[in-house]
Design a protein around this ligand. Sequence first.
Ligand SMILES: Nc1ncnc2c1ncn2[C@@H]1O[C@H](COP(=O)(O)OP(=O)(O)OP(=O)(O)O)[C@@H](O)[C@H]1O
Ligand SMILES: [Mg+2]
Length: 376
Amino acid sequence: VAIGREAEATFRLLVESVKDYAIFILDASGRVSTWNAGAERIKGYRAEQIIGRHFSVFYPPDVAATGKCELELEVASREGRFEEEGWRVRQNGSRFWANVTITVLRNPEGELIGFAKVTQDLSLRRAAEQAERTLAAERAALAERERIQHFQERFLAILGHDLRNPLASLDMGVGVIKQRTTDPTTLRLLERMGSSSQRMSRMIEQILDLTRIRLAGGLQLNPQPMDLREALEPIVHELRGAYPLQEIEFKYEQASGSWDRDRLQQVFSNLISNAILHGVKNTPVHVDVRLEQSVVHIQVHNEGPPIPVELQSELFNPFRRGARDSRTAKTAGLGLGLYISRELVSAHHGSLDLQSDATSGTTCRVTLPRTTVISR
Ligand SMILES: Nc1ncnc2c1ncn2[C@@H]1O[C@H](COP(=O)(O)OP(=O)(O)OP(=O)(O)O)[C@@H](O)[C@H]1O
Ligand SMILES: [Mg+2]
């Protein structure tokens, strides 16, 4: 197509003055031979600084080293054009995200005379896209958190009311019928129903605690000035009643402090029951309290085969139970006792450990600071 000289000059002016695109020509070997205002703006070089240099200077050095530039020219000459989006480098070394088109230029005889290269700086667009993606991800995360929170609240409500309440009324019903019955078979049955519902409500309480620890931000303590005896004696008494043949030796040294009594009872109830249920039948269980300056040590000891060392720390994980079966399936728990106990002792800023070996049996040792300041 023949165009007039004037039109050609106008066209050249147009290309030279375009600011949004770098438009320039590479000779057949890839050296820059023209430059426009957009190229200067985007890439940073002035015409006299760049004309004659190979266009690989526009690529990150590690990319240029792979022979990518030569490959692009090869593709352009074979297929007529090459296009991609990728990282390019400005004169000052900073990178920008670019859309690049390389078009082959041939004379009327079909000989390759060079390449036209158009580069657009997409950094702004890319940054906007990235910001949009981040925003979308944040929104999704928020929605997910809300969904989980809703689920947690529902779950806690089910455990706390929907399951607990009917169980309480069953338990009450059993108690009322028991008082009106003299038939020994019925009484035995009611006895069993009563202890089943008690076991079940204990399990519900444990699952509630687990949910509070894992999902609802932890267990709340309500520490009050008290004597440790208030936490231990009722439990020892209760367990002596529940296991009349079991000897429980209780050695006590007066220890006052600031603790959550109900929660400590829960800890000792589990530790002493563990010693009774998982220890050797008809051997005494020892409960010792020892004061040491600002801390109290409480030890619960039972005899029995040692717990393998590798299992000892495992037992503190939720639902983790020992290899051996407990005495009877009836007394089998969920395996949450030690986990919750340790959480409760930690909430008091204390520690709970277990030691077990062949000569001395198994000992659970609780160390409590005498004052618990709850920081929330
Ligand atoms: N004093 C102990 N002597 C021997 N084994 C023990 C003792 N205490 C705990 N274990 C082992 O650790 C396991 C976990 O104890 P944990 O109190 O967490 O659960 P559990 O007693 O089985 O059930 P629950 O949730 O009702 O307490 C027990 O199943 C038992 O195998
Ligand atoms: Mg237990």
